[in-house]
Unconditional design. Structure first.
Length: 288
């Protein structure tokens, strides 16, 4: 059976299903439709018509199938009606909550990953003219930054690959399959090998998704290098984009972060390859 939770479908795909269901007028005809549960054959036309009205009224172009159903909605609605102060934890931002839950279920350095996320988002925001991404991609980078080390839960060796495996096989609520695979691949490429054409998990992504993985994993590598010791020595990053280079000013604490600077030299190649600019630490400033 195909698992449809978090599966995204588009209006033109729905229109095909709608026509097939409504053109089969009898129960027996509908029961023969491939993929349709015979037990649903009598009630499916009503559901199709309701969904069709919703899609057309709100001009919806695509929808994502929820892992939850009517029964969960009734339970939550009943609880909230009986207790106005009751709040379902994470319901307002289920995507962020699912990332948090996955991270906390694994053995990893939470403070390090949160700090790397902070640095990665600083770079993302300041390098917008280079990557041309928006809030959706920013969320992917945040998620991958928070999850990039969860592979330690399995083994230190090849932990980047273990991180990818855990993420891609987890139910991240609110994310569709392609988004989960993007996040998993970004985490996988935070160290070691660059994305390559002989990497099946990478090449199976759509072209646009591969571009997202390349650019965001390049940014994540730089951010992660600036907390190589896990001591949060680099507090803030300022960027200055030039024609052929990106100059960085680092706000630091407790002296020169020599190991972080060494790590950057080892891990900046993907950034320089993807964005076609040298990356240089131009200045160190004491953190105030």
């Amino acid at each position: 059976n195909i698992i449809l939770n978090n599966y995204e479908f588009f209006k033109d795909e729905f229109d095909i299903v709608e026509n097939e269901v409504l053109n089969n007028k009898t129960f027996k005809q509908r029961a023969k439709i491939k993929g349709l549960d015979e037990k649903r054959a009598d009630i499916i036309p009503a559901g199709i018509l309701i969904l069709s009205e919703i899609i057309n009224h709100f001009q919806i172009t695509s929808m994502i199938i929820s892992g939850y159903a009517l029964r969960e909605g009734i339970v939550i609605d009943t609880i909230q009606k009986n207790d106005e102060n009751y709040n379902v934890q994470g319901l307002s931002n289920i995507r962020a909550e699912s990332i948090k839950n996955l991270a906390e279920s694994c053995r990893f350095d939470k403070e390090h990953c949160e700090h790397v996320s902070k640095l990665a988002l600083q770079l993302f925001d300041q390098l917008s003219e280079l990557h041309n991404f928006g809030n959706k991609e920013r969320e992917y980078l945040d998620a991958a930054s928070r999850l990039h080390d969860i592979g330690y839960h399995i083994s230190h060796s090849q932990h980047h690959r273990h991180s990818m495996y855990i993420i891609s096989n987890s139910e991240l609520l609110g994310f569709n399959e392609n988004e989960i695979n993007i996040i998993a691949n970004i985490a996988r490429y935070h160290r070691k090998s660059h994305p390559k054409k002989n990497h099946n998990d990478f090449m199976e992504l759509p072209a646009k998704s591969r571009e997202i993985v390349e650019k965001l994993s390049a940014i994540l590598r730089v951010a992660d290098s600036f907390d190589r010791t896990h001591y949060k020595l680099v507090k803030k990053i300022k960027t200055d984009i030039k024609e052929n280079e990106v100059k960085l000013t680092l706000q630091i604490t407790n002296g020169i972060p020599e190991i972080e600077l060494w790590s950057l030299e080892r891990r900046k190649a993907l950034f320089e390859e993807i964005f076609a600019k040298k990356i240089i630490v131009n200045n160190l400033e004491p953190s105030t």
